[in-house]
Write a protein that binds this ligand. Sequence first.
Ligand code: SAH
Length: 360
Amino acid sequence: MTPADPSLADLSRAELAELLDGEPAYRLAQVWDGLYRRRRPLAELSNVPKALRRAIGELLPDALALVRTQSADRGATTKHLWSLRDGHLVESVLMRYRSRTTLCISSQAGCAMACSFCATGQVGFDRNLSVGEMVSQVLGTLQHAGSETSAINIVFMGMGEPLANYDAVWAAVERFHGDMGVGARHITISTVGVIPGIVRLAAADLPVNLAVSLHAANDRLRNRIAPINRTYPLRDLARALADYRRAKRRRISFEWAMISGVNDRDSDAAELAAYARPLAAHVNLIPLNPTPGYDHTPSRAERIEHFASQLASHGVNATVRVNRGTSIDAACGQLRADKQVSISRRGRPVRREERTRIER
Ligand code: SAH
């Protein structure tokens, strides 16, 4: 079995209709709605004959197998480790908030963007995920999480650069929106600034939220910490974002990992404000999460508050993000699917029982 062989979640409705040719006409809706409206696994669609379920399952086996889950924040954050059919591993994170549940999914196995502070970037690129592999992260997580997940946000903020895998990501967005009923304003694509993808998004018909991982507002620093900036420099990025905003009338947000002594000075705040203000962008400040390959520390809480107030004094709104899941390496930029020995924040190896609860 290769990743090129489709799973059930890779099929469009038209492709499934073709497969079910010869079955009664209502069968298509039974299967499709069972999978995407009711969000149940094929095996549990009891209104579909068992023999047919079995035949579909054999022809189109699952895209992912759950390897394990780990929980933090008193169960409010759960990280799922999935194995793809060809053995690659990806992670997704479920975060429960009072009124909504956010699902953070991966779009690639690994990442080619090589941002210096990001654990996924440090590991390198394996391959793009298929639409079925992305949709299955959401369905699998919801099925694993149980019932109280009706209102969901889906964010492409896991491993990988979604706009470097545009077609499959967009097919997943359409499945979430059209078939699962998730509103466009509850879907966020996060990019390090892949301009051709932003141009395509601006022409697409659904106004999804766009988050841009900025982290530096001058080319010299950004070339260093987010090397894709050498291909898509800040000035060109700003032009693409202005076009996106005009086309979609949606607020853009900037992610800014606060790195002590690197991008947290008053001069950095002034540069960021000058970049964000003409775009009316909102800024999310994220204390740097420790990763094995990056030898810097997060800014202190007071520095982050001060930075936010500097932005405010320049007319830019900022939110300081509360980090979720740092104890299980589930926070922004920490996903690396455990390809290497786990190293704790203090640099000592973590005992297995501290980090994992094997589910199966
Ligand atoms: N490639 C996309 C999707 C990844 S989203 C993108 O770059 O937007 C993951 C988010 O976490 C991005 O905003 C990324 O810049 C941020 N991030 C990466 N490493 C981090 C770290 N060590 N600490 C805090 N945020 C980090």
